[in-house]
Design a protein around this ligand. Structure first.
Ligand SMILES: [Mn+2]
Length: 357
């Protein structure tokens, strides 16, 4: 009997998800005043899902405002509808977003499931009486939403949005622009379809998106081939001067100070993805980037196979994330202290690191 328990649990989740979708479907029968939001420092999955969902809802006749806790990165400025996105920064924007939230009859929270992820907007969300929709794939969701579409097995929130529109019976409304936004999130969250989170469904959706005429090669270039000459030089500097390889722990880590970021005129987002280079070394299991920010030292972790970095991030660096991609932060520490702390914990993970095939 017990062996059927996991199947039964999954069935319950399925039923729960279906009832949430049905409830949402009837809720959306009447025009609503909707605010769509996502997490702080929105990435392509956050913006892609918010824009795609917003475009869809507008097509359905709803009034839609998209409000993000912080500005969108420049390399996503080409996304359809991005000019309608307002960041919760500065008094005028804060007032406007506060008003939208107060008048909202539905607040959609995409690509996050902990209210702390919206930073300064957290209180607005907590105080709002409006029903909330959560669409997300991160672990350990907080229980705040009326309608929940949550699946940690989904490769991207954009994947969930695509499926959600289909489940709401509106697949025919997925046009070129909606598909383009969804592709951006799907491609980036799967690491161009190479992360282990990539599912057959991710590829199916990508195929359908190509059928809709989206130039996926262009999306890839718009997102990834945007480096400045200086950023490329900065990368070279980090790889030659600031990267340490510890073969005995199958670990690579990099450290970047604020002064170095200034020296190379590094912009927000410039260091994004640099940590992944560490995993390109044969047999490396974990790569860590330690970077000095104005408000503390941040850590990015990447790993392969079953070696889980979210537990390391959670237990030692006040963070969390996915099994193979996580982050942490120490507010009151220097770069050197954080580096020492990382080196100090490595021995306790040695067996696990060496065991990965
Ligand atoms: Mn995501």
């Amino acid at each position: 009997m017990l062996r059927y328990l996991p199947i039964f649990v999954r069935f319950l989740f399925f039923i729960n998800r279906m009832s949430s979708i049905q409830a949402l479907q009837s809720f959306l029968q009447t025009p609503q005043k909707i605010v769509v939001t996502s997490h702080y420092n929105p990435d392509a999955d956050a913006l892609g899902s918010a824009l795609a969902w917003g475009l869809y809802l507008r097509k359905k006749g709803h009034e839609v405002h998209i409000a993000m806790p912080s500005e969108s990165p420049h390399f996503l400025s080409w996304m359809p509808g991005i000019e309608t996105v307002m960041a919760y920064e500065g008094p005028a924007n804060r007032q406007q977003i506060g008003q939208w939230m107060a008048e909202a009859t539905l607040i959609c929270c995409l690509d996050f499931s902990g209210l702390g992820r919206v930073n300064d907007m957290e209180n607005l969300l907590r105080q709002s009486q409006a029903p909330k929709l959560m669409v997300d794939h991160h672990l350990q969701p907080e229980d705040f939403a009326t309608f929940v579409v949550h699946d940690t097995k989904a490769a991207a929130t954009c994947e969930l949005i695509y499926d959600l529109i289909e489940q709401l019976g509106d697949k025919n409304l997925i046009d070129h622009d909606i598909a383009l936004c969804i592709y951006a999130g799907l491609m980036t969250d799967t690491g161009s379809f190479r992360h282990p989170t990539t599912t057959p469904r991710s590829h199916q959706i990508a195929a359908e998106i190509i059928d809709l005429g989206v130039n996926t090669n262009r999306v890839h270039r718009l997102i990834f081939d945007t480096s400045s000459y200086e950023r490329l030089q900065f990368l070279g500097y980090i790889l030659t001067e600031k990267t340490r390889y510890l073969p005995e722990y199958r670990t690579v880590y990099m450290t970047i100070s604020e002064a170095e970021q200034r020296r190379f005129h590094s912009q927000t987002g410039d260091t994004e993805g640099i940590v992944n280079y560490g995993l390109q070394i044969k047999d490396v299991v974990m790569a860590v980037l330690i970077i000095e920010r104005r408000d503390g030292v941040k850590l990015s972790f990447r790993s392969v196979e079953e070696f889980a970095v979210n537990t390391i991030a959670k237990e030692h660096f006040g963070g969390g994330g996915h099994k193979n991609a996580a982050g942490g932060k120490i507010e009151k520490a220097t770069l050197v202290q954080t580096e020492q702390q990382l080196l100090a914990i490595l021995p306790q993970y040695k067996t696990q690191l060496l065991a990965v095939e």
